[in-house]
Design a protein around this ligand. Sequence first.
Ligand code: 5GP
Length: 178
Amino acid sequence: MAEHVEVLLSEEEVDRRIREIGEQISRDYAGKKVHLVCVLKGASFFMCELAKRITVPVSLDFMSVSSYGGDTKSSGVVKIVKDLDEPLTDRHVIVVEDIVDSGRTLSYLLEMLRSRGAADVKLCTLLDKPDRRVVDVRVDYTGFQIPDAFVVGYGLDYDQKYRNLPYIGVVNFDSPAQ
Ligand code: 5GP
């Protein structure tokens, strides 16, 4: 099936908002160090841009959990594909996510990370689809709340495509010609 992408949030809007979140985190964590945990692969673009906008000391780690694959519906199955390299003990952790949809992935992940002895674990997401929530998840920093649509760009993919778009777009699936 063919698809095309329509701009939802421009590069300028996304950059401006990331700058604001970086400033807010820098204020909230004044005098502390933050440990950013990036959920691969989707959050990688956001995490890099965000890290550059934070003025307190930052360390980074990465983990990968199973997600959509080639489909656009959440399976609800969460599997750790790559775990963190470093322990979280006594750290001020911010989990950086691309998008919170049903909340299933994050609710599992946050519970698991909170059991590892961090000083605190907060959640920062570039995008949030509150209408789609199935499991309650507290989001501490949100870039944008968006409607229920399948989005790509800025790290988010459809079937591994479009991650490199510098903006957030909505995927429209063209119906075959009659
Ligand atoms: P949840 O567990 O909250 O339903 O799903 C979270 C994960 O589903 C995200 O990290 C992302 O990988 C994927 N996801 C949810 N909505 C979208 C979307 O609109 N576009 C893309 N590309 N991935 C999505």
